[in-house]
Design a protein around this ligand. Structure first.
Ligand SMILES: C[S@@+](CC[C@H](N)C(=O)[O-])C[C@H]1O[C@@H](n2cnc3c(N)ncnc32)[C@H](O)[C@@H]1O
Length: 162
């Protein structure tokens, strides 16, 4: 979705001010489809702006998502569908599965809870597998020894207004 003003002028750039979310579309037309693919929790925090979404605490990250869902709900019509893309975030780096805790993790039930609290009802939970290519043999071998469970997938949660 890179801005390509020359070849795709219909893709209008918008940078969300995360301290003050405002709906970027003017006019009375409400969207048929909202695709929300925000930076994932912690995943790319080194690649994005340090003040950005990825670097937030778990509570602030979930609050931001909830604020976005509430704003989208206000600006949606009955038939609007929302596709929210995200992944389970478990604190599993170097952590055997038995020692993982829920303190810092964000799992699909957290996303569903805030969606539901913001007036949305999930209609489909689509699992989107990723290539296992990045799990190289030496990495997998080390994970097996320590009994670490990796992740190779994302979710696309489809929702409609309740
Ligand atoms: C998980 S990626 C989504 C990629 C996108 N679906 C695509 O196909 O290119 C998250 C994107 O959100 C962008 N981003 C981060 N903070 C943003 C903000 N405040 N407003 C708008 N985009 C932001 C990042 O630069 C990154 O490209």
């Amino acid at each position: 979705m890179d801005d390509r003003q020359d070849t795709r002028p219909e893709i209008e750039p918008c940078f969300w001010d995360i301290a003050n979310l405002k709906w970027p579309i003017k006019g009375k037309t409400k969207p048929d489809l909202i695709i929300f693919d925000p930076p994932y929790f912690k995943k790319q925090s080194n690649n994005y702006n340090p003040d950005g979404i990825s670097g937030m605490s778990k509570a602030n990250y979930l609050k931001l998502l909830k604020d976005f869902f509430a704003l989208a709900h206000l600006n949606a019509k009955k038939s609007t569908q929302m596709a929210f893309i995200n992944a389970d975030w478990r604190d599993f780096q170097n952590t055997p599965a038995r020692n993982e805790t829920r303190t810092n993790s964000i799992l699909i039930n957290d996303y569903l809870r805030i969606l539901n609290q913001s007036g949305w009802q999930e209609t489909h939970i689509i699992q989107a597998p990723l290539s296992s290519e990045r799990f190289q043999a030496n990495v997998v071998s080390a994970m097996q020894k320590k009994k670490i469970i990796g992740v190779t997938g994302r979710y696309v949660i489809m929702s409609k207004k309740k």
